[in-house]
Design a protein around this ligand. Structure first.
Ligand code: NDP
Length: 277
């Protein structure tokens, strides 16, 4: 069975470098798809209240645990949605997510978007800190935070986010934000690591795929891993789920990494964090 190496977060919690994302996985398919991922060797799953499929993720985790996998070996992330920001609303949203997941504890809880116009991410994060201190969640962090949001958060809160989950792929390299994360001890987790599939036609990546006799998805995910990103590709078939995890048995050269680095063109496939509210 393929397995991802682990990464130790800034609070000592251990997460897989490469996990499985379930955005847009229909609720009715989610349990079986996550079971396929867990059977393939994935141990980290990324969901969110928004995705409407937390029940499926929890059911797949329960099945795996019933079949002998240690719960401690699985890492589940969920996220508080924008309409639930604020201290009390976030605590209530967490309870709702936990009811759906059916888990005793959550591995990581993130603020999904900063929503700067709402100006509630600080009380929202204070709710996450309280969940963290009571042990209901083992790590807390943020998603889609830009430098200004991170600086405001760090000025007002005590627990440095373990992760900032951001859109990141060869066409959107986020160089400055990644450098800030490194300085602050925050792990960078890449969402839409394949630019929602758009990256798979890039000519440079196609050339490198042919050279290595790997798929373009594997070249892209290998670039993420060698760049030090945590990564959570989503896929809908058993073959692609397995293919995406099989990136730990080869390496890109420094020159190849530099060629992929040079593909950055600041191109988002998702929303601008300053415009989501
Ligand atoms: P990805 O970049 O992971 O791309 C997924 C797309 O690529 C799907 O269309 C999938 O097709 C296709 N694909 C995956 N693997 C392969 C392969 N080996 N060969 C060919 N095509 C492939 O996009 P996502 O937007 O899903 O991002 C990943 C995860 O990040 C999400 O599932 C979610 O967990 C998280 N996320 C977080 C966000 C946030 O705001 N925090 C925002 C967006 C995503 P198919 O499904 O048909 O197999």
């Amino acid at each position: 069975m393929q397995r991802s190496p682990k990464h130790i977060l800034n609070n000592g919690a251990s997460i897989d470098v490469l996990g499985f994302g379930v955005y847009k996985v229909p609720a009715e398919d989610c349990a079986d798809l996550v079971s396929t991922a867990l059977d393939t060797g994935y141990r980290t799953v990324d969901t969110a209240a928004l995705y409407g499929n937390e029940e499926g993720v929890g059911a797949a985790v329960s099945r795996a645990v019933a079949a002998g996998t240690s719960r401690e070996d699985i890492f589940v992330t969920s996220k508080v949605w924008n309409t639930d920001q604020g201290y009390d609303a976030t605590l209530a949203a967490f309870d709702t997510s936990m009811d759906k997941l059916g888990l005793d504890y959550l591995d990581m809880y993130l603020i999904h978007w900063p929503c700067p116009e709402q100006d509630l991410f600080i009380p929202t994060y204070k709710a996450l800190e309280s969940l963290y201190h009571t042990g209901r969640v083992r790590a807390i962090g943020v998603s889609n935070f830009e430098e200004s949001h991170l600086r405001q958060l760090l000025d007002a809160c005590d627990v440095v986010p373990a992760v900032n989950q951001i859109e990141l792929h060869p066409w959107l390299a986020q160089t400055e934000l990644r450098a800030l994360h490194a300085e602050l001890g925050i792990a960078t987790q890449a969402w839409s690591p394949l630019a929602r599939g758009g990256i798979l036609t890039d000519p440079v990546l196609l050339e490198l795929a042919a050279l290595h006799n790997r798929s373009v998805a594997q070249i892209t995910l290998r670039w993420h891993v060698q760049s030090g990103h945590l990564v959570i590709p989503k896929a809908s078939s058993e073959a692609r789920i397995a293919e995406n995890l099989a990136v730990f048995g080869f390496a890109l050269t420094d020159t190849e990494m530099a060629r992929i680095d040079a593909l950055d063109r600041g191109l988002r496939s998702g929303s601008d964090p300053n415009k989501v509210n």
